[in-house]
Design a protein around this ligand. Sequence first.
Ligand code: FES
Length: 289
Amino acid sequence: MNGQAATGAPSPGASRPPLPTRERTEERVGARRSFGETMRADVWWTQPLLVFLGLSIFIVYSTWAAFQGTHYFFGNYISPFYSPEIFGDSPHNWFGPKPNWWPNWLLFSPALLILWAPGGFRLTCYYYRGAYYKAFWADPPACTVGEPRKTYLGERSFPLIMQNVHRYFLYLALVFIVILAIDVWKALWFVDPTSGNNSFGIGVGTLVLAINVVLLGGYTFGCHSLRHLAGGFLDQFSKSPTCYRAYACVNCFNRRHMMWAWLSLFWVGFSDLYVRLCSMGVWTDWRLI
Ligand code: FES
């Protein structure tokens, strides 16, 4: 039987046929596709195009807003792009105004001190990586569509191996959720213009900031790295029912991670815009209570 059982399966000890290499596979299916070449009949380019437009608009707006350094607070509201305000001119600052040691030649904005943390968290997110590799680098533009490069070193080589810092950005992102939740609490207390006392109230801005925390929480609590920390590292869930429950909880958010990613991205930008336009006197913040 030449090392072959009657069933056709190789018998133990028989030498296995060599696995097909990438080159052999390409030989069999034909030459490598050129850039954009595909047999797909659907409109495969819509998703990468929408991702490209959505992320581009957000990057341009958030960069512009971060460099402004003005109109980032309105009474008890503070824009999430500027919170925590480590140094700054608003009543929300933690350690006073811009420090004297800050070099004159270096532009100062409270947002630039902190935005690297949530920005790094998004940049290294497993979902966004897949999305912007396709939309910005066309690597590949979509599944089974020809790509412009012949080599792919992957995320196990420099520079993409740096994406593994995502788990550390997660710890910072969790701290930001707490800080932004405290901002919502502060957004519930309004200064009475006649007595000067704080009184409880709810404005449209309070709701805008509260929705922002809910959406950012849905995005952060569905993080793949958090899922690993919560219980994904276990081989047997039966040995740790608590971890299993935590894992299942993260899984609930993780199933819709893309949805949370886009909703929270849109809303965090809108929250900044809302506070900014109220501060500029363009929009009126209506008090509901
Ligand atoms: Fe998307 Fe961690 S994988 S936030």
